[in-house]
Design a protein around this ligand. Structure first.
Ligand code: MSP
Length: 649
């Protein structure tokens, strides 16, 4: 049977000297989506490339002392090597200076001209070279600044070919209204409907004052306007208009044109009208995701606040960088990047939750069953629940990924990982292992952990494609049997399968924030920092409180996920704890008595409704309970199966 097809594109990038993680987000999203569709049995095609013409490129080449062609050739190397480092597997890399593209762009220009929708006139107005966009007097205002990037615009007065966009305004609006999925997310759809309703003017689609572009086929004094040229890449790369158009026949119309919101207007107005004028079907969806922001604002080369993905990959690895981008930038909205947030994701999600689940599982199968996966025995409600959660994780993750909502897709998978970790605490395999009569039960537990690891690994593979092979090397699963979405069904682990402990998947990162100015003295201090109890008043003389006073305290069980010393504070440890579904940071004065390693994994008791207090600049969201005596202190630690989040009364 013929396979279902899926075609996704990213914007083609300008040959700027510096790629940043904002560019990385679009391309990693497109790559993860392609991998997901492949796992669902689609024949996929993923296109990215470079937008090599225009005044901006010509100027940059001149400044670098190169010809424009030399300049773009050098940059093409940089972009394609970046995508390799990010494990982006694009099927094609189109460059608009390639013959296959220039030919298609000229053919399309001519087709629309012959139809009468392109005509010669005179352009008088303003142009932003940085955005390669024309603006009206009203848009640039008295200061003559680009409304998009804020730079000075240039005045332009020249003969130009115009594209009769105004003619298509109503048809485009009708199309958008009849196809609710055409522009996504909905906020961008509404924005564009309003923009189009505001009225479309004919667009200047040729320039005469510089030469770095595709010559207009009917008048070589003109070059084609760079956006008109660039948008055509999505079909020129498929062989549109040539005798070798098998890819075009198979993959057009595209399923998704993916980009950030800043260029959605070009894609939802100019591009559909080009296609309408040329009688070509429209793409199925144009999706505008949000921006990656820094606390200094949107990342951009001109502001000089760019974060180089290559530096991050070298420091933290591709999987972690991809995971952060897909997990932390909410679908369709802007999201923030900081190195501290990236390290936190690595330490908590990847090292503590996922990595630990894998290593604990493999280590226990080695220890209790000599490295061969045991068979599964009778189930208890705990196993039924774990299986149900694994099923829901696969369903929810698929549903979110269909909508390019990677943060929620990953969160669905991490619910399974979190539940499997809790299952270890609940079943306490180390206790079962002490009793030979519990051998079968122990086997069932191990089998369920192996399956949880397998399914979670399969489901996160679109986000972190290099991880499954590393996991399978330890768990003994076969890659070929664990590469399709349907393989996430329960039961793929085989009894007798050999496991072998390997290196930790995600070693914890020691992270030091830049030196901070000392924080003001806290008002609320954790109990553990107070004077030892020996000096306290005898209990019988203390004022008694009512039960209502005690009931005001929300005491909860919390699991310590990670812990580190607070710099320049001998007594303080910073703990990341899990309380139910929630994560909190707690700063506690226990460093004299406990090392960070001794704290990780403990189930402690915290006061969960204490007003947050800043300790050494870190906000402590609660306080842990500890018993103290003369020069001694013991953090109250639970040994039982009470889950994190459970109430202490
Ligand atoms: N060459 C045009 C696109 C032509 S498509 C026919 C262009 N290129 S660009 O190099 O400026 O890259 C634009 C794309 O990079 C954005 O649409 C977006 O996909 C991505 N991003 C650039 N900065 C970004 C952020 N700070 N955050 C998220 N994505 C960003 O425009």
């Amino acid at each position: 049977m013929d396979k279902k097809h899926f075609y996704i594109t990213t914007p083609i990038y300008y040959p700027s000297a510096k790629a940043h993680i904002g560019h990385g987000l679009t391309t990693v999203m497109a790559d993860a989506m392609t991998r997901f569709k492949k796992m669902q049995g689609y024949e996929t095609r993923f296109l990215t490339g470079m937008d090599e013409h225009g005044q901006k490129v010509e100027k940059a080449a001149l400044a670098a002392g190169k010809t424009p062609q030399q300049h773009v050739d050098d940059m093409a190397e940089m972009w394609s090597s970046l995508w390799k480092k990010l494990m982006v597997e694009n099927d094609d890399f189109i460059r608009t200076t390639e013959h296959r593209h220039t030919e298609a762009a000229q053919a399309l220009f001519k087709k629309i001209y012959d139809k009468g929708d392109i005509y010669l006139s005179k352009y008088q107005g303003w142009y932003c070279v940085s955005c390669e966009t024309f603006f009206t007097e009203r848009q640039v205002g008295e200061a003559h600044l680009c409304p998009d990037c804020g730079k000075m615009v240039e005045t332009v007065e020249e003969e130009s070919y115009f594209f009769r966009m105004s003619k298509y305004q109503d048809r485009l609006l009708e199309y958008i209204e009849a196809h609710p999925d055409f522009i996504q997310p909905v906020s961008r759809r509404n924005e564009m409907i309003n923009f189009i309703k505001g009225g479309l003017e004919d667009l200047s689609v040729s320039r005469t004052t510089f030469g770095w572009g595709i010559p207009v086929p009917i008048n070589s004094k003109h070059v084609i306007y760079v956006w008109f040229d660039a948008l055509i890449n999505y079909i020129s790369a498929l062989g549109y208009g040539t005798t070798q158009d098998a890819l075009y026949q198979k993959f057009w119309p595209a399923d998704i044109h993916l980009m950030a919101k800043d260029i959605i207007r070009f894609h939802t107005v100019i591009w559909p009208i080009i296609l309408m004028a040329a009688d070509i079907p429209l793409p199925k969806q144009i999706f505008g995701h949000g921006w990656v922001l820094l606390d200094t604002g949107k990342m951009s080369k001109s502001k000089g606040n760019v974060v180089d993905p290559v530096v991050l990959i070298e420091k933290y690895g591709t999987a972690a960088v991809r995971y952060f981008l897909l997990r932390d930038i909410p679908s369709g909205q802007d999201g923030y990047y900081s190195e501290a947030a990236l390290v936190q994701r690595i330490n908590i999600d990847l090292a503590n939750d996922y990595g630990n689940l894998v290593s604990r599982t493999v280590a226990m199968v080695e220890k209790y069953f000599g490295g061969a996966v045991p068979s599964c025995g009778a189930l208890t409600p705990l196993e039924e629940e774990l299986r149900a959660i694994a099923k829901t994780a696969a369903e929810e993750a698929a549903c979110c990924m269909e909508k390019l909502d990677f943060p929620n897709a990953l969160s669905a998978v991490f619910k399974l990982i979190g539940r499997a970790n809790k299952y270890i605490d609940e079943t306490a395999p180390w206790t079962l292992a002490k009793d030979p009569a519990e051998k079968e039960r122990l086997g069932t537990v191990m089998y369920h952990l192996m399956e949880s690891v397998r399914i979670a690994t399969l489901l996160i593979s679109p986000a972190m494609p290099d991880i499954p092979a590393k996991v399978w090397a330890q768990t003994g699963h076969q890659a070929a049997e664990n590469c399709l979405w349907e393989h996430a069904a329960w039961g793929g682990t085989k009894a007798g399968q050999p496991v072998k402990k390997g290196e930790s998947l995600f070693p914890r990162i020691e992270w030091k924030e830049e030196a901070e100015t000392p924080a003001p003295q806290p008002v609320a201090v954790p109990a553990a920092e107070k004077e030892p109890a020996a000096k306290a008043e005898p209990a019988e003389t203390q004022a008694l409180i009512d039960y209502e006073d005690f009931a005001k305290l929300d005491l909860r069980v919390a699991r310590v996920l990670s812990c580190e010393k607070v710099e320049k504070a001998d007594k303080l440890l910073k703990l990341e704890v899990q309380v139910g579904e929630e994560r909190r940071t707690i700063v506690a004065g226990v460093a004299k008595y406990y090392t960070p390693e001794q704290m990780v994994g403990r189930k402690i008791v915290i006061v969960a409704n204490l007003k947050p207090a800043k300790l050494r600049g870190i906000e402590s969201q609660g306080m842990l309970l500890a018993a103290s005596g003369d020069d001694m202190l013991e953090v109250i630690t639970l040994q039982s199966e009470v889950p994190a989040g459970g109430k202490v009364k």
